[in-house]
Design a binder for this molecule. Structure first.
Ligand SMILES: [Zn+2]
Ligand SMILES: [Zn+2]
Length: 245
């Protein structure tokens, strides 16, 4: 089939999809235009993070290192998030992760892909925070990998989905206090042996859905640096209020 035939088929498929599943806002269900993810009202409620922010952990309201980063510098070098984990965005992330609304991942990945180029283009490797195989089977997908795929590929950094793995099963971080979060994920991540050579001196971008206390990405960054990574940056879609500890 020629390119035009393929395009006609794709148009037909889109037309059918819109007929069967009219495009709706991912958060509130209001009708939206084709390929629109959120309706204008929900889009307007997505809160950009206030500047300035701690240059290391990204905690808003600090023009220099926040007290927590001064007291105990994290293993990662810089963490950035696109928006506050609140309102419609938090709603959609929850639906995606916990209600098996897998299709929301595409729209969320596109949102992450809107991150400024300077936030990801200087690294060598992009590593999604891994799930334990047990959780991967239960959920059916790794949300961090789905999101990481939204960052433009090809000439950019290489996506390395298997760079990190979980050494052990950990209970969900949700509901744990900061100290318990740190203990829960301590030593939980390992670097794949076949990536060791590539990691020497490499800059790595860790991708996850939500930054809460940073305990998980901090443990990932420790493992990466122990294995030779020179710099580890973090990019998450959302940042939970209450910040770092
Ligand atoms: Zn809406
Ligand atoms: Zn900080």
């Amino acid at each position: 089939m020629g390119a035009r035939g393929g395009q006609a088929l794709a148009n037909l498929a889109h037309g059918l999809r819109d007929l069967l599943f009219p495009p709706a806002c991912a958060a509130c269900g209001a009708p939206v235009g084709q390929d629109e993810f959120l309706c204008p009202a929900c889009q307007g409620q997505v809160e950009p993070l206030a500047a300035p922010a701690c240059p290391v952990c990204g905690l808003p309201g600090h023009s220099w290192l926040c007290p927590a980063c001064q007291a105990s510098p994290p293993a990662f070098d810089a963490a950035r998030s696109l928006a506050a984990h609140a309102g419609p965005l938090a709603e959609v992330v929850r639906g995606f992760k916990y209600q098996r609304r897998y299709w929301l991942g595409q729209g969320l990945a596109r949102l992450l892909g809107d991150a400024p180029r300077s936030w990801w283009a200087t690294v060598d490797l992009i590593a999604p925070v891994p799930l334990h195989p047990r959780r991967l089977v239960a959920r059916g997908f790794n949300q961090a990998l789905v999101l990481a795929r939204g960052l433009p590929g090809r000439e950019g950094p290489e996506l390395a989905p298997r760079l990190l793995s979980r050494r052990r099963y950990t209970r969900p971080q949700v509901g744990l206090d900061p100290g318990a979060r740190r203990r829960n994920v301590a030593g939980a991540f390992a670097v794949a042996p076949n990536w060791q050579d590539r990691l020497e001196g490499a800059w790595v971008l860790l991708v996850d859905d939500v930054f809460t206390t940073g305990a998980t990405v901090n443990e990932c960054a420790k493992a990466l640096k122990q294995a030779g990574a020179e710099r580890v940056e973090v990019l998450t879609l959302a940042r939970a209020a209450g910040g770092k500890s």
